[in-house]
Design a protein around this ligand. Structure first.
Ligand code: AMP
Length: 182
């Protein structure tokens, strides 16, 4: 079963060197982890995708599920690399076909994630992908959505985990992997 993945320090340092901290964005007090410098560095981006894809090893994974919108950037090349199908979890009203959705609580108000009703097959195993794990609200909603459709969450793979926000606890034992931890 998928245990802790050994992360090669040289590659991790290379990736970390292309993540830019932007203080007070989008709100005062938030340090935004800007991935756009990483996207502009082909070697660092390739290593990031490779390491994020390694999370699948040791699990039975039948498909990758990427969360809008920065999850798409990583999820698509990971699915290609792993030779797995790719499915999309999106914000409300974006998917054209019939959808299922899950509402979740934000600090103020609620949000919702949706998926096509034919995206998840009962009994199959899914790897959820996003760029960053903060409070875990989004990822937990995506996990519930997959489970509600009869799928199983094999693992979740993030580029960055903000450990101090303890999003991992909210994911209640579902295996979480992140390349960089802050
Ligand atoms: P959460 O639901 O709190 O785990 O938030 C996760 C989503 O919000 C991810 O899709 C991230 O892209 C985005 N996000 C939250 N906090 C940050 C941050 N400090 N820097 C960059 N993105 C963030």
């Amino acid at each position: 079963m998928g245990g802790k993945i050994r992360r090669p320090q040289r590659e991790v340092d290379l990736i970390a060197s292309h993540i830019r901290d932007v203080p007070n964005f989008p709100l005062p007090g938030i340090v935004f982890k800007d991935i756009t410098p990483l996207l502009a560095q082909p070697r660092a981006l390739r290593e990031a995708i490779n390491l994020m894809a390694e999370a699948a090893h040791g699990y039975e994974v039948d498909a990758v599920i990427a969360i809008e919108s920065r999850g798409f950037i990583f999820g698509a090349p990971m699915a290609r690399r792993l030779n797995l199908p790719l499915q999309l979890v999106r914000k409300p009203g974006k998917l054209p076909y019939k959808t299922a959705g899950v509402d979740y609580q934000l600090e103020y108000g609620t949000d919702r994630v949706e998926i096509h009703v034919d995206a998840v097959e009962r009994g199959k195993n899914y790897m959820i992908v996003d760029d960053l794990l903060a409070t875990g609200g989004t990822a937990e909603a995506a996990a519930r959505l997959i489970e509600q459709q009869g799928g199983h969450v094999a693992c979740l793979s993030f580029l960055i985990e903000l450990g101090f926000l303890e999003g991992r606890h909210r994911l209640a034992g579902r295996p979480v992997h992140a390349v960089l931890e802050y």
